[in-house]
Design a protein around this ligand. Structure first.
Ligand SMILES: NC(=O)c1ccc[n+]([C@@H]2O[C@H](COP(=O)([O-])OP(=O)(O)OC[C@H]3O[C@@H](n4cnc5c(N)ncnc54)[C@H](O)[C@@H]3O)[C@@H](O)[C@H]2O)c1
Length: 248
């Protein structure tokens, strides 16, 4: 078990990549705090417990500083420490710039970028007190290269990339590691419609060099590595797990 004894907070843990991360982390021995605005996060925690693991669900809107703080406090109260934070919560709408309302722009940044900042801020004191920790922020290939109709999302994810490096720089001496994972296209409830779309599918097959889109586990396994002591020398980096999407 690669994460035995570690306490991991996973935002967006109710669905897709976060949900897979919660299940895989638990299989690797972590105690898991599932934090999500969706009540279905409770079922993820229950599934882990049913399989003999240890998990709790904390309903959390990551865009609220108060709720992020409350979530970290609940994790600490239950488990006494926080070793890993795996941020996945995000919100966005696909629209060309002229159709993006100010409200949508703000919501995208509030959840996807500010939510990541707030959760990092909420758990860092516990990590420092515990002698170190690993922060894994899920970014996107869209934080490095552009996509049609993704201006707000890309701006938020590019922000996540440099927020994460800044944390690595500021807190490295306190044994905090901070890295991003940039997934390519991964089939989740958020993307399944596009993955199944006969017009879009051939483009994905062209961009994904081995000819398949990602499974949530592809990202979860990368996060296990970054969370584990195997990655003790890895910080301030952006790990592309994109089946070569950005290779050309
Ligand atoms: N699926 C992909 O192809 C892909 C590609 C690149 C990056 N990503 C990134 O991976 C992460 C997970 O994406 P996914 O595809 O699994 O999405 P998903 O829609 O399956 O899961 C997102 C989760 O975030 C939660 N959430 C939304 N707003 C929240 C809030 N305010 N507070 C707390 N939780 C909130 C949702 O309830 C949901 O459970 C995201 O950061 C996304 O940008 C995904």
């Amino acid at each position: 078990m690669r994460l035995k004894g570690k306490v991991a907070v996973i935002t967006g843990g109710a669905s897709g990549i976060g949900r897979s991360g919660a299940l895989v982390f638990a299989r690797e021995g972590a105690k898991v705090v599932v934090a999500d605005i969706a009540e279905s996060g409770r079922e993820v925690a229950e599934a882990i417990v049913a399989q003999g693991g240890d998990a709790m669900f904390v309903p959390t809107d990551v865009s609220s500083a108060e709720q992020a703080e409350r979530m970290a406090a609940a994790a600490l109260e239950r488990y006494g420490r926080i070793d890993v934070l795996f941020n996945n919560a995000m919100w966005y709408r696909v629209r060309p710039l002229l159709e993006v309302t100010l409200e949508e722009w703000r919501r995208t940044l509030d959840v996807t970028l500010t939510g990541t900042f707030l959760c990092c801020k909420a758990v860092l004191p516990a990590m420092i007190a515990g002698g170190g920790g690993s922060i894994i922020n899920t970014s996107s290939t869209g934080g490095t290269v552009g996509f049609e109709a993704h201006s707000a999302y890309s701006a938020a994810k590019a922000g996540v990339n440099l927020l994460t490096r800044s944390i690595a720089i500021d807190y490295g001496k306190m044994n905090i590691r901070a890295n991003t994972i940039s997934p390519g296209i991964v089939a989740t409830p958020n993307t399944q419609k596009d993955v199944d779309d006969p017009e879009i599918h051939p483009y994905y097959m062209f961009k994904c060099l081995t000819g398949r889109v990602g499974r949530p586990e592809d990202i979860a396994y990368a996060a296990v590595y970054l969370a584990s002591d195997e990655a003790a020398f890895v910080t301030g980096t952006n790990l592309f797990v994109d089946n070569g999407w950005t290779a050309r």
